[in-house]
Design a protein around this ligand. Sequence first.
Ligand code: AN7
Length: 362
Amino acid sequence: MTTLQTSPRTTAAWPGIIEAFRSHLPVTDATPIVTLREGNTPLIPLPRVSAAIGRQVEVWVKFDGLNPTGSFKDRGMTLAISKAKEAGAEAVICASTGNTSAAAAAYARRGGLRAYVLIPDGYVALGKLAQALLYGAEVLAIQGNFDRALDMVRQVASRYPVTLVNSLNPYRLEGQKTAAFEVVQALGDAPDWLCIPVGNAGNISAYWMGFCEYHQQDRCQRLPRMMGFQAAGSAPLVLGQPVEAPETVATAIRIGRPVNWERALAVQHASQGAFTGVTDAEILDAYRFLAAEEGIFCEPASATSVAGLLKLKDQVPTGARVVCVLTGNGLKDPDAALQHNTAQQRPAVPPDPAQVAKAIGF
Ligand code: AN7
């Protein structure tokens, strides 16, 4: 009689983006690595979105909302905090529409640093605020929008011993470019289009850096068109001028003066890309579609990339491969999910099988 030897399937533990892509990043043996094993997020096919486009187009999402703090910011923050610690910093500061503050707080505290975060009063999604508070950041609400909060942070960081970790910090973009590496590794090449939400335009710049780096090293044969999408009420790069009072349901990208403006224009030019605005209604349609048709719960700002693709569907070349970046997790913004679903609200039912069956329509 033979005994079937079954052993649990194990894979080498993912080490986080710095170890995984060490030779591409500005670290040395002297850099203390502060990591939560971020990165290695899934690339998920979207068959229903492909079908909605109606021609043979392959659509994927890079779901970076599955990072340790629930957004792509973790990729940049592991490096920014590691480098701040290497330089002897004891505290970091950022302005944030929410996700940067959550990531800064988590990585700073893990590295033993203090974190100060400035947020626009009343415009940060509940989950993100909850994270920053529980991770132990000093949270300061500013009477003004994100752009004003960032002005404050820049001035404070230039005068006091505290390291700025917004995407003006070059290590942020270096870390975030690893998402492009992962996309190329998963697909075997770069996609034809990369659709991405744009706020401060840090992430679109970082992805482009990553694709160009891999292209120069012959790890991919093509470069994507970089398709950036902004909320229509908060679309300075579409309008070609700053927006003084940005408004959108996608609070993560409620930004009127993107700090990476020049970089973003350079990316658009070099990749033959475009910036396009999508309305809040289009964003929310994509947000609901992703959840109810594809089983993917992202935050409203992230759905902007899919909303944008659907808006431009007639321009997508037949046979093209498209990757949409989903930057943040849906659980970040429970209010948006509760307000913008189409579920039928029903009163509570007594715990009786007949009444339950009746209530659900049998
Ligand atoms: C989910 O957290 O700016 O164009 O302060 O949270 O690189 O700014 C967040 C930005 C897209 C835009 N999607 O990225 C912040 C912040 C989500 C985001 C963006 C953000 P960038």
